[in-house]
Structure formats: structure tokens, C-alpha cells
Design a binder for this molecule. Structure first.
Ligand SMILES: [Zn+2]
Length: 82
């Protein structure tokens, strides 16, 4: 059950950028940088994928993406991985 070498929270300095990439709020070179990092970094790649699914689910449910919701969601993700 111990998969800490592969599973875990994303790189701390990438978290905001990954979130922005998932909801398409960044473009151009910054977006490219985030996607390039996520492609090489297992944890960030996983996080980005989950963020995208979450953004998609929230949009389909027509729930606004507010900061409190994102914070709670991230807290839940971090708990899952401990
Ligand atoms: Zn990373």
C-alpha cells in the first residue's frame, strides 16, 4: 500500500499554476511551462489530471468555482494521499 515514491501532492511552487492550467486561466508560455512540467513530473501530472476532471465535473454541475471550494477540494486530495 505504500506508494509514497510515486503518489503525493504536487510540487509546492506548481500548485497554483496547475490549477490555472486546468481551468484554462493561463495561456502562452506559462501554460506551456506548466504542461511541460506536468508531463515530466508524476505528482504534478496526476494533480493536473484530477484538477481537470474536477473542473469539468463542476462545470457540468454548473457550480461556480470559488476559492473556498478549491481549498476544500485540495485539502481532501492531500488527506487521501497520507
Ligand atoms: Zn512537479
Amino acid at each position: 500500500m505504500n506508494k509514497h515514491n510515486t503518489e503525493g501532492p504536487p510540487c509546492a511552487h506548481m500548485e497554483q499554476l496547475l490549477q490555472a492550467a486546468a481551468d484554462n486561466s493561463i495561456t502562452g508560455i506559462r501554460r506551456w511551462y506548466v504542461l511541460a512540467h506536468a508531463a515530466r513530473c508524476f505528482r504534478c501530472g496526476n494533480f493536473l489530471q484530477r484538477m481537470r476532471l474536477t473542473v469539468k465535473a463542476l462545470r457540468e454541475a454548473e457550480v461556480p468555482m470559488d476559492a473556498e471550494r478549491i481549498a476544500r477540494m485540495k485539502a481532501a486530495m492531500h488527506r487521501d494521499q497520507d
